[in-house]
Design a protein around this ligand. Structure first.
Ligand SMILES: [Zn+2]
Ligand SMILES: [Zn+2]
Length: 341
């Protein structure tokens, strides 16, 4: 089969690999749709010690497809089933898994290989994090289950309530999905982004109000001005930039919640206004990754049509053009690229 293989930072190759066969407990999924992700861009630049511990590996982690072969002992999935597979599977046995926080599993198994014609999924993933799809949901839309589950997890961490105001910093695909989830819960959504092609595209999607940070001398003051001087009930950083983490804290109202969704470069530290955190009881929470439960709820949301991410697909390409797709992403000229093998 043809596949895009990651050999290390900057080294992506389009190669011929043997067609996978399923071992005991495994399934092979013929990939119908894969999506590019900002994490891929970051990983291509500097590697990823957690998601990609071994090299070389087939690249990509957001996918939907059709089961093409089933290994011994797999009873609940069969050939021809349309499925979405998450990119990780928790152990189900550690203290964090048992405590309902499987995203923080001490032995989270990551799976890569969305940018290929097919993928063999390991037994633990087959048992815990492969979700069958109804007929109505297209593969392209189903492949959003993974990033959507991350966004759902973050909004849940924020305990966002109907009628509250949420400010999302960052207008990439995840910033947009965070805004869409918040809007589906009837919150007022304000997206903060930077002028350019992508921001105009996001504005046209009408997910919420849009604030151009590049047109503002003081974006926190502007956000306070549009929230009657209060600041937002919930702010979310989806940029992974330390200066924006600070803006997210500064733009939160008394008693508000700040969600740190974007991961900063290793070793980054950020100063904290202790007076506000203490006397104004700011709640500061991190949000990372997803759980099998969030993946299922992501699929349900997509199947129910309560949330439609199609507008985030700005390009459509074949496998041989993955590198070009990721370059478009890194230049801010694409939101998500649909890769169809
Ligand atoms: Zn992703
Ligand atoms: Zn675990």
């Amino acid at each position: 089969m043809r596949a895009v293989v990651f050999h290390g930072p900057g080294d992506l190759r389009y190669e011929d690999l043997p067609w996978p066969t399923p071992g005991p407990g495994e399934i092979v999924v013929k990939i119908d749709a894969a999506l590019t992700c900002g994490t891929d861009v970051k990983t291509l630049r500097r590697g990823h010690p957690v998601m990609i511990p071994r090299l070389p590996t087939v690249f990509g982690h957001e996918l939907a497809g059709t089961v093409s072969a089933v290994g011994a002992g797999v009873s609940d999935l069969r050939e021809g089933d349309r499925v979405v597979a998450a990119n990780s599977a928790p152990c189900g046995a550690c203290a964090l898994c048992l405590g309902g926080r499987a995203n923080l599993c001490e032995d989270l198994l990551f799976v890569n290989g969305a940018y290929g014609e097919a993928i063999a999924l390991p037994p633990r993933l087959v048992r815990r994090n492969v979700v069958p799809l109804g007929r109505a949901l297209s593969a392209a839309r189903a492949a959003f289950a993974e990033p959507l589950a991350c966004a759902l997890g973050a909004i849940e961490r924020a305990r966002l309530e109907r009628g509250q105001t949420v400010v999302v910093f960052g207008h990439g695909p995840l910033g947009c999905l965070l805004g869409m989830v918040a809007a589906s819960r009837k919150a007022r959504v304000i997206l903060v982004g930077k002028r350019g092609w992508r921001f105009e595209r996001v504005r046209a999607l009408a997910i919420g109000e849009c604030v151009d940070a590049t047109a503002s001398a003081d974006v926190v003051a502007d956000l306070r001005a549009v929230t009657a001087g209060r600041g937002a009930d919930v702010t979310v950083d989806a940029t992974g930039l330390p200066e924006v983490w600070q803006q997210a804290m500064a733009a939160a109202t008394r008693g508000g919640t700040v969600v740190f969704f974007g991961g900063c470069a290793p070793g980054t530290t950020v100063p904290l206004d202790t007076r506000r955190v203490h006397y104004e009881e700011l709640t500061l929470v991190g949000a990372f990754h997803h759980t099998p439960d969030l993946i299922r709820r992501g699929v349900e949301l997509l199947e129910s049509d309560a949330l439609n991410p199609d507008g985030l697909l700005t390009h459509r390409m074949g496998l041989e053009r993955v590198r070009e797709a990721l370059e478009l992403m890194s230049r801010g000229e694409a939101l998500k690229v649909l890769i169809e093998p």
